[in-house]
Design a protein around this ligand. Structure first.
Ligand code: ADP
Ligand code: MG
Length: 420
């Protein structure tokens, strides 16, 4: 008997039929003798609808009020899914008419404690007492993903894709044997299968590569969930709730097998909606980086791809990229710094950019990967705004309109369309 956390994404619970389908699936699994904790996202489209309502009032609404509201989609989903499991369990004669098999738990009932960074909260700890009690009674806990509470009981949310992180964190807290992520594709592909028809399913991928892919835009798993899985060595299985075939196993590098190390580029990822911010006339003095980037990080804005240059007049020019959703806040923070201590600084922004990246652990031992990437992009007529590299990835900032062309070209150019 294993303890398994099963997470169902929005599409998997996107309609009543699909919710009933998940209920049957969960009970089939439980019938094999496994202990299950189910984690659910909001029904497909619901969170976007809620975001749309809030942004009509405030373009940058991320706050206690906002989290209170966007966390509501999961409450509906876990209520419906629990109802469906109970009805199905009665139909199967597993429980009596007055009994229940599933128990819906919101974040606070599940003991998910977070910090108080609204809309991007991080889980600090999980109190598993209640969920263990339910499991001990043979109940299937059905937990609301994406949400927790801070130390003052304010509802917080974990960022888009946060239900993946809820599921892995619960798996880690319970020392589960596995965490299954059910989604609308049957595994992790060499690139987004919706952007590139030649994408191939990867049978096994290392935590490290998956972390890079996720942080670079492969939204199939939220990055934080992969970090947690790697840290606590929780095996992940990304698979489809529509098709019971074997999906993708996310495992440690040692468990990859020798042939996978020869793969120089394992995947291509793209993140759209990037904004480049450029600061000019910045005094070239020690500590200037901290003066600018500390307030940004204090405001929970993740900054990426930083490039710094000295101009002919001796001042600095600093460019960096951020998510479109953070642009409003970032400009406010930068204007604050400008007012307080850098009146000469000029702030400009350029939107409609995207970041395309190639990822692979084999890259560290194969020189010339970056230059090959530049060649492939230039042959496809795509200009590069900024570049950043690490041991296992190269990222280029390009015009957003050319995203899918770039992904196709790189996927093809690095031979990913050919592997089985
Ligand atoms: P869920 O609602 O189940 O969490 P998401 O929409 O968050 O699902 O993630 C699944 C989607 O991730 C897929 O539909 C696919 O378009 C996208 N995706 C991006 N990159 C990849 C990749 N490398 N492999 C698989 N899917 C990817
Ligand atoms: Mg997701």
């Amino acid at each position: 008997m294993a303890l398994i956390v099963q997470k169902f994404g929005g599409t998997s619970v996107g309609s009543i039929e699909r919710i009933q389908n998940v209920a049957r699936w969960v009970l089939d699994y439980a019938a094999q003798g496994h202990e299950l904790v189910v984690v659910s996202s909001a029904m497909a489209g619901e969170t976007n609808r809620l975001v749309g309502l809030a942004t009509q009032i405030d373009p940058s609404p991320y706050s206690r009020e906002y989290d209170m509201m966007i966390a509501s989609g999961e409450q509906v989903a876990i209520g419906l899914l629990s109802l469906a499991i109970n009805v199905e369990a009665k139909n199967r004669g597993l429980i009596k008419a007055e009994e229940t098999k599933a128990r819906p738990l919101l974040g606070f009932q599940m003991g998910i404690l977070t910090d108080n960074i609204y809309s991007k909260a991080r889980i600090r700890e999980i109190n598993t007492q209640r969920v263990r009690q339910e499991l001990g009674r043979g109940i299937i806990p059905v937990v609301a993903g994406f949400q927790g509470v801070d130390s003052h009981n304010n509802i917080t949310t974990l960022g888009r894709g946060g239900s993946d992180t809820s599921a892995v964190a619960i798996a880690a807290a319970l020392k589960a044997d596995e965490c299954e992520i059910y989604t609308d594709v049957d595994g992790v592909y060499t690139t987004d299968p919706r952007l590139c028809s030649e994408a191939k399913k990867i049978s096994k991928i290392s935590y490290e590569e998956m972390m890079e892919l996720a942080s670079l835009g492969a939204k199939v798993l939220q990055i934080r969930s992969v970090e947690l899985a790697a840290k606590y060595r929780i095996p992940l299985h990304v698979r489809s709730s529509f098709d019971p075939v074997e999906g993708t196993r996310v495992v440690s590098k040692e468990d990859l097998g020798p042939s996978m190390e020869d793969v120089v580029v394992a995947g291509v990822a793209a993140a759209t909606e990037q904004v480049k911010i450029t600061l000019k006339n910045v005094p070239n003095e020690i500590g200037i980086g901290a003066k600018i980037f500390t307030p940004l990080s204090d405001a929970a804005i993740s900054v990426d791809v930083i490039v710094q240059d000295v101009s002919q007049t001796g001042t600095l020019s600093i460019s960096f990229t951020i998510q479109n959703t953070d642009a409003h806040k970032a400009i406010r923070v930068l204007e604050g710094i400008q007012k307080q201590s850098l009146p000469e600084m000029k702030i400009t922004q350029q939107g409609k950019l995207s970041k395309v990246s190639i990822v692979g652990v084999g890259m560290a031992h194969h020189p010339g990967v970056a230059s090959r990437m530049f060649n492939i992009l230039s042959e496809a007529g795509i200009g590069i705004e900024l570049v950043t590299t690490s041991e296992i990835k190269v990222s280029c900032l390009i015009d957003e309109a050319k995203t899918s062309r770039a992904v196709e070209a790189l996927h093809h150019g690095f031979g990913l369309s050919e592997i089985d």
